[in-house]
Design a protein around this ligand. Structure first.
Ligand code: B12
Length: 324
């Protein structure tokens, strides 16, 4: 994306976030009618559990299945062909739900199996997820953003998957490189890593990073020397915190791909992370991609979040507690 455009959008979002104290009203939402997915009682199951104990009293069964309550197939077919107004309403409601999420809901079936289209789409998305985990980040992106590259202790992708602990530490060479090249004790240290999706970095890093830097510059918050870790894990930020002593570390990392998106990026943030930092002191802004939180908007928001973390000198649950 055009760098000037990123600056403009970032500025707009930061201004909006800072002036928007009131929040939007939930009244409209509350008045929306709830959609009843299960208008008919479930077939073959009791509404109330039936408790039965063995004669010895050692084992208790909770029987929830009724006897002989198989669905009446003929009736089901009949009701499908002659659509009642109720069915039409239900179909419309389900179509509305489908529009609200990319999740595979109400996609229908062929007998007891998924439809061919559903199955092919599933295979395609699964393949994309595997490619995202095993793919590589093009070096041009890192060069364009002026990131130098270091490595975790992991040797290859197989080891990366099997040994998360090795992804949480830098190799000895990399430690020396980071010490030599990075500014010591900046306010904010930005680190990027492919993590579980190289595609997430390829698709989003540039926009998120440029917008985040712009956002921090607008808020006059100092940023250290950014770099990229190949095959890193989130808790690698603890070692980086230990070595460089920044106030905040933000790690932009590829998320484990799901079957909806394989290119989703997360930003994990922590105030003064150190080896042994507990997970509750980290926070995450996830789902950054073109179908989720747009990357430029995410960058701008992350700047304001870091501003808050610096103000309260806390992140995660501690931040929530201090904020009150
Ligand atoms: C895998 C996963 C987990 C695994 C992590 C195990 C592991 N070693 O990988 C388990 C099942 C333990 C888990 C637990 C939780 N998770 Co989780 N998790 C994910 C998932 C599916 C992928 C994360 C990922 O790819 N990370 C990148 C890789 C490279 O990181 P990693 O170093 O291998 O693993 C670390 C991170 O995954 C991190 N992590 C995982 N979840 C969370 C949640 C929070 C709030 C934080 C700070 C860190 C964190 O902990 C791991 C160990 O350091 C995301 C969904 C998504 N789209 O991102 C949800 C997600 C991040 N998790 C979420 C939540 C809510 C939780 C829990 C708070 C659930 C709970 N109520 O207990 C806990 C908190 C765990 C924590 N570390 O503090 C939410 C966060 C929502 C938000 N924006 O705040 C997400 C986005 C799912 C969702 N859509 O709701 N999670």
């Amino acid at each position: 994306m055009d760098e000037q455009l990123i600056q403009q959008i970032t500025k707009l979002v930061v201004e909006k976030l800072q002036t928007n104290h009131s929040g939007t009203s939930n009244i409209e939402k509350e008045n929306e009618p709830l959609i009843d997915l299960f208008q008919n009682k479930p077939t073959g199951y009791r509404l109330n559990e039936e408790r039965r104990e063995t004669p010895s009293g050692e084992v208790t069964f909770f029987n929830t299945v009724t006897e002989n309550r198989k669905p009446n197939v003929l009736k089901a077919v009949e009701s499908k062909t002659v659509s009642s107004p109720n069915d039409v309403k239900k179909d419309e409601e389900l179509a509305e739900l489908r529009k609200k999420t990319p999740a595979r809901i109400t996609v229908g079936r062929a007998g007891s199996r998924p439809k061919t289209n559903t199955w092919l789409q599933f295979r395609y998305d699964h393949a994309a997820a595997v490619d995202a985990v095993y793919g590589e980040v093009p070096s041009e992106i890192l060069e364009r953003l002026d990131f130098f590259q270091v490595h975790s202790k992991v040797q290859d992708k197989e080891e990366y998957i099997r040994r998360p602990d090795l992804g949480r530490r830098l190799s000895d060479d990399s430690k020396a490189t980071v010490q030599a090249k990075c500014q010591h004790a900046p306010k904010v240290q930005i680190v990027a890593s492919n993590g579980l999706s190289a595609l997430a970095i390829e698709e989003n890093l540039e926009d998120v990073y440029l917008s985040l830097k712009q956002s921090l510059a607008n808020l006059t918050i100092e940023v250290g020397t950014s770099f990229y870790v190949d095959k890193g894990r989130v808790a690698l930020m603890d070692e980086i915190g230990e070595m460089l002593q920044p106030d905040v570390v933000i790690m932009l990392i590829g998320e484990r791909p799901g079957l909806v998106s394989a290119e989703s990026l997360s930003a994990y943030i922590c105030y003064k992370p150190r080896i042994g930092t507990i997970e509750a002191d980290r926070m995450v802004v996830s789902n950054i991609h073109k179908g989720g939180i747009p990357p430029v908007e995410a960058g701008a928001y992350l700047g304001t979040l870091i501003q808050k973390i610096l103000k309260y000198e806390a992140s995660g649950v501690s931040l929530v507690q201090k904020e009150g």
